[in-house]
Design a binder for this molecule. Structure first.
Ligand code: CA
Length: 246
């Protein structure tokens, strides 16, 4: 697996590259936004937000505009606002400096699993071997084809979503969030359930991240009532105008 590391500070890039190579990754290293955008395609991008020539957020947005490559932002503590914007423009995750290589590798694996779920991890089952309720694999009849919810169509194999037959462009996280809620339409999904499934079982970042993604998804769906907030608990998917999911 070839990664692209975009980091202008050699004191940070050096140990990261050394560590990743030790874990069996191949790493291309560039030091500017311009060279990140002209680099050959990678399986995943590690993107420092503080770059000498361009705002890392703009680099993230440009990368996302042309591909679904997983992006993990590398940020300094002072860039907290940027992290939220970065997630909004399509980054999949972020790490705050300083971090260890084991943590980085865990994030790379988690992000890769989420964006290419079919290549990893067997279907999740409960101790009885029965698919867990609400897990991505609890929806066997729909796994192979389209799920229709009013004007919304979700295809988990192609990760394609259409609304009134028009394709929606969702980030990997937005798709996972929608797929999770659509796995049991009308049911309440707790914030923790969503963070565990869509982010990481050990997710410890700001929970505002979830709200940012919910807002972005509502905007793209064109009607905020698609995703109802259940105060103090979480969210549920409703189909506007369809009393079956009200
Ligand atoms: Ca930097």
């Amino acid at each position: 697996m070839r990664l692209l590391l975009v980091e202008d500070d050699d004191r940070i890039a050096g140990p990261i590259m050394e560590g990743l190579v030790r874990y069996g990754f191949a790493v291309d290293h560039v030091k500017s936004g311009a060279s990140a955008l002209s680099a050959s395609p990678a399986a995943l991008v590690l993107l420092d937000l503080g770059l000498p020539d361009m705002d890392g957020i703009d680099v993230c947005r440009a990368l996302r505009a042309r591909s679904a490559v997983p992006i993990i932002m590398i940020t300094a503590r002072s860039e907290e606002a940027d992290r939220v914007v970065g997630l909004e423009v399509g980054a999949d995750d972020y790490l705050s400096k300083p971090f260890g290589v084991r943590e980085l590798v865990a994030r790379i694996r988690a992000v890769t699993r989420r964006t290419h779920p079919e290549r990893h991890a067997p279907p999740r089952t409960g101790t009885t071997g029965v698919p867990l309720q609400g897990s991505p694999h609890a929806r066997l009849p729909e796994e192979r084809g389209d799920q229709h919810l009013g004007p919304l169509t979700i295809n988990r194999r192609t990760r394609g979503v259409t609304l009134d037959s028009r394709p929606l462009t969702l980030t990997p996280k937005e798709f996972d969030l929608l797929a999770q809620l659509a796995g049991d339409p009308g049911a309440v999904h707790s914030r923790q359930q969503i963070l565990d499934t869509v982010w990481d079982p050990n997710y410890f970042g700001p929970t505002r991240t979830l709200d940012v993604h919910v807002s972005a998804l509502r905007r793209k769906l064109g009607d905020p009532s698609w995703i109802a907030t259940v105060r103090g608990i979480g969210f549920r998917l409703t189909v506007p105008g369809d009393s079956a999911y009200a």
